[in-house]
Design a protein around this ligand. Structure first.
Ligand code: HXC
Ligand code: NAP
Length: 285
């Protein structure tokens, strides 16, 4: 899978990626660096983001600033912005990517377990958005928010209910501010990925031997999971002016997964050709 955009597409641009030290955040960040951008990455674990920053700088020759922060603490986000401005002058875009999640029957969750996921996903995203948005508006600066949600942000899903609640809130935030802050030239969009293998997601959503029991690719019409570069291509496009007229959109990248699993007759794919021949005969063809 190849990169899609011109090599200098992010020249002189600085993007903040929350949860940028691991998984999909790391992959999207790497592509932004390869396209000439600067990166600010943040998450709770300083050692993880420091290591990623030095690896990415080594691999791409780009500049990465790692600033630890717990996004549930507003003043820590303000500190990330301050550090980013000292190093790079300004932020041009924010990729709200950090999340927390695990599978559980809802009745087994403690209220603290519910809180922890909603707080990381929703509070973390609206705190980051509010802090950066106020900064851009006060400076009369344009900007772009790109928020990573999931397809169950609109369908809902059992067994990941706190995450579904949080992601639904992030989608509402995306659409609301797309309208309200357009007058400041601040766009807001979202991406809803289907399954893209990462250590963080797989260890929490397919723990133990669940990965062997439930192959996510089986639920997907294209019969495969996503490739990180496919997501990075889409994210880069949505963070740049190539997508300047896209505002308030959520782009699904899931190989057709959510539509297939909502389709009343999708299960008919299990019927072999020979049986369709019989069905045709029965109706007199
Ligand atoms: C039930 C659990 C639990 C589990 C933790 N808790 N794990 N309850 N099942 N698997 C409960 C704990 O008992 C505790 O409640 C409360 O949650 C807080 O747990 P801590 O371990 O103290 O929290 P913390 O150390 O802050 O860790 C947060 C975390 C952790 C969310 C639990 O998993 C994390 O750091 N995640 C960050 C990365 C992540 O989740 N990535 C995956 C994103 S994938 P009590 O009552 O005991 O105090 C994703 C994909 C979506 O979003 C779509 C896929 C297609
Ligand atoms: P991941 O590697 O676990 O990424 C989550 C990141 O969030 C981690 O780097 C984590 O770092 C950070 N984080 C968690 N709590 C935080 C907090 N309080 N403050 C700051 N940072 C915090 O998982 P991933 O699979 O790459 O997921 C990335 C995004 O894609 C998430 O929004 C997820 O919901 C979404 N997504 C993933 C998939 C998939 O199949 N992988 C599918 C749909 C959507 P620390 O622990 O260091 O804080």
């Amino acid at each position: 899978m190849k990169g899609m955009l011109k090599p200098d597409s992010f020249k002189d641009k600085t993007i903040l990626i929350t949860g940028g030290g691991t998984g999909l955040g790391r992959s999207m960040g790497k592509y932004i660096l390869q396209l000439g951008g600067n990166l600010v990455i943040t998450s709770r674990k300083k050692e993880v983001i420091d290591k990623t920053a030095s690896e990415l700088m080594h691999e791409t020759g780009g500049k990465v600033l790692a600033v630890p922060a717990d996004l549930r603490k507003y003043e820590e986000i303000e500190s990330v912005i301050k550090n980013a401005e000292e190093k790079f002058g300004r932020l041009d875009g924010v990729l709200n990517n950090a999340a927390g999640n695990f599978i559980s029957p809802t009745e087994r969750l403690s209220h603290r377990a519910f809180d922890i996921v909603v707080d990381i996903v929703l509070r973390g995203t609206y705190y980051t958005t509010l802090a950066v948005g106020k900064n851009w508006i006060s400076k009369k600066q344009s900007g772009i928010f790109l928020n990573i949600v999931t397809t169950y942000a609109w369908t809902g899903s059992g067994y990941v209910v706190p995450s579904a609640c949080g992601k639904a809130g992030v989608l509402a935030l995306t659409r609301s501010l797309a309208v309200e802050w357009a007058k400041y030239n601040i766009r807001s969009n979202a991406i809803a990925p289907g399954p893209f293998p990462t250590e963080g997601a797989w260890s929490r959503l397919l723990p133990g031997d669940l990965a062997q029991k439930f192959d996510p690719a089986e639920r997907i019409p294209l019969k495969r999971v996503g490739d990180h570069q496919e997501l990075a291509n889409l994210a880069a496009y949505l963070l740049l002016d190539y997508s300047a007229y896209i505002n308030g959109e959520v782009v699904t990248i899931d190989g057709g997964e959510w539509l297939r699993n909502g389709g009343e007759f999708s299960h008919l794919e299990m019927i072999p050709d020979a049986m369709w021949d019989m069905v045709e005969k029965m109706r007199g063809k």
